[in-house]
Design a protein. Structure first.
Length: 124
């Protein structure tokens, strides 16, 4: 006798690159450990810059110049993340970015399950 396996979940609304975004749909941002590591790092750096700028009485224009100078060397998100997948030649956002979460950090999809929700078929 063969082994029973689940049907693949790739036609599920919650399916993203082999991972399940169901929990992120329910509570966006609840799982902090799924936050995009690049965005988290940039957010922390920017907050630190703002705090130091306040302490030294710098203007917004001065802070903006400092921020631009720091990241002028970064050509692409690929320089910041090893799993970066460009969305489009015209759009440099990562395909794995779902809100502020990285889909690759979410649980793997193990196939059709109790929360399976088929994608709606377009009517032509």
């Amino acid at each position: 006798m063969g082994e029973l396996t689940s049907l693949p979940g790739y036609n599920c609304f919650h399916y993203r690159f082999g991972h399940c975004a169901y929990q992120e749909h329910l509570n966006p941002g609840y799982h902090g450990d799924w936050q995009c590591l690049v965005l988290a790092s940039l957010e922390k750096s920017y907050d630190g810059l703002i705090h130091r700028g306040d302490a030294f009485g710098l203007s917004f224009e001065q802070l903006e110049a400092i921020w631009e100078k720091r990241f002028r060397k970064v050509d692409s998100w690929a320089d910041l993340c090893s799993t970066y997948l460009p969305s489009d030649p015209e759009d440099d956002r990562c395909k794995c970015l779902y809100g502020n979460a990285c889909v690759l950090l979410m649980p793997e999809c193990h196939g059709v399950c109790s929360v399976f929700n088929p994608r709606m078929q377009k009517k032509y």
